[in-house]
Design a protein around this ligand. Structure first.
Ligand code: PMP
Length: 434
């Protein structure tokens, strides 16, 4: 299988490293937190198959709902028609969206994956500014941000590896300091808040949106930060008439131990992107939740000379089978108490990872709920990769981001499996550091 794969398949990100040994695992089946390869070897899926399998693989109830939907309605365009799963999922998302006395998210716009949801949010924010009076050209993006790899999403990213090759990129953006940037020392949050104050004072009237991954910058290296930054961003966006976008593609759907990082932070954005875990890893589906105010700016008004339509919509938008998987996932999460399990899992992970305190092979452990990065001491660019390879030999599938080993298991992972995951990491460190 690996030879046949190598002959014809081009994998995202992982294939063209010059490091030997990154042979893909050939996955044959999966159940709960376990993957089984074609040789019958079981591996614990410590990263939820790229942070998606919220309730574990092939959950019987999600399987059942997906099969039922498959026999009922496979696909119907969302352009000019609608369907029960699309409506029901929207209702469920709006009911569960973050809200405060002043702000709520009332409308759902579907997209296909996390990157596309970010594209939607960016295009919507720009068009919203134009339709509210004056087109504002700029987006504020953070150092160390990752919002996906389509060109708009790359434009608002803040990681050179993904960013620099494609310059000059598509959007005008202004880079802001990251509140999670360790290079700025213990005052990094205050430093980033001051930087955002400065940017907004200088050019706030040209900013249509500030986009952030709330509480944890994930895919560029797992940099957590304090909610006070989000309160400052909320205030500055309001003061300058800009929108605040929370990209919760990674942090949403219970990953931080709350349904949304926005809930944990107590800050409600004007738009929220979600993806990954929403369908429990079954099928691609993402969405942007927006406020009524944003939606209303797209309604036709008397005297309009041109359309206000939002010019976006993909062929498979809101595919009913994807929606059915998401509905089933949200129901399982609630009926099986998965948010409580996620909160407990986060605590358990924290407790076990405390065992690495003072271990000079571990540079830093960064965690918000179950969203965890273990930065290993740098022995060159592939140390993190080598630790993950070694952990795989001990039965646990992990993947690095640079030298940070990511732990993002299913939210309902059991106690013994959590211990196994940390043990495999410890043994991986022993193997690599000797
Ligand atoms: N936003 C964030 C915060 C993400 O973590 C990711 C994926 N890691 C994306 C967007 C892009 O999602 P996708 O890979 O589904 O396009």
């Amino acid at each position: 299988w690996t030879a046949r794969d190598e002959a014809v398949v081009w994998h995202p990100f992982t294939q063209h490293t010059t490091w030997a040994g990154d042979e893909p695992t050939v996955v044959a089946s999966a159940e709960g937190p376990w993957l089984t390869d074609v040789d019958g070897r079981r591996l614990l899926d410590g990263v939820s198959s790229l942070w998606t399998t919220t309730v574990g693989h092939c959950h019987p109830r999600v399987n059942e709902e997906v099969k039922r939907q498959l026999d009922t309605l496979d696909h119907a365009t969302f352009l000019g028609s609608t369907h029960r799963p699309g409506i029901e999922l929207s209702e469920m998302l709006v009911e569960r969206a973050p809200r405060s006395a002043e702000r709520s998210l009332e409308k759902v716009f579907y997209a296909g994956d996390g990157s596309s949801a970010v594209e939607v949010a960016l295009k919507m924010a720009y068009q919203f500014s134009a339709q509210s009076g004056r087109a504002r050209p700029d987006f504020v993006r953070l150092q160390h941000a990752y919002h996906g790899d389509t060109l708009g999403a790359v434009s608002v990213g803040g990681h050179d590896l993904f960013h620099s090759t494609y310059k000059p990129l598509l959007l005008t953006t202004v880079g802001a300091a990251s509140p999670g940037d360790r290079a700025n020392g213990p005052d990094r949050v205050a430093h980033a808040e001051a930087d955002l104050e400065r940017i907004m004072a200088e050019r706030g009237e040209d900013v249509c949106a500030i986009i952030v991954e709330p509480l944890m910058q994930g895919a560029a290296g797992m940099f957590d930060y304090d909610a006070s930054y989000l309160r400052t961003a909320r205030r500055l966006a309001d003061e300058h008439g800009a929108l605040l976008i929370f990209d919760e593609v990674a942090t949403g759907i219970g990953r931080t131990g709350s349904m949304w990082a926005a809930n944990r932070a107590g800050v409600v954005p004007d738009m929220l992107t979600l993806g990954k875990g929403v369908t429990a890893g079954y099928l691609p589906l993402s969405a942007v939740l927006t406020s009524q105010r944003v939606y209303d700016a797209f309604l036709a008004r008397p005297g309009d000379t041109g359309p206000r339509t939002f010019f976006h919509g993909h062929t498979y938008t809101a595919n009913p089978i994807c929606c059915a998987a998401a509905i089933a996932n949200l129901k399982v999460m609630e009926e099986e108490g998965v948010l409580d399990q996620a909160a407990a899992l986060g605590e358990r992970l924290g407790g076990l990872l405390d065992g690495f305190a003072g271990d000079d092979r571990v540079a830093e452990v960064r965690r918000v709920g179950t969203m965890t990065g273990v930065e290993v001491a740098d022995q060159g660019p592939r140390t993190g990769f080598d630790v993950c390879q070694a952990a795989r030999e001990h039965g646990v599938w992990l993947r690095p981001l640079g030298n940070t080993v990511i732990l993002m298991p299913p939210l309902n992972l059991g106690v013994s499996e959590t211990e196994l995951m940390i043990e495999a990491l410890a043994k991986g460190l022993d193997d690599v550091f000797g």
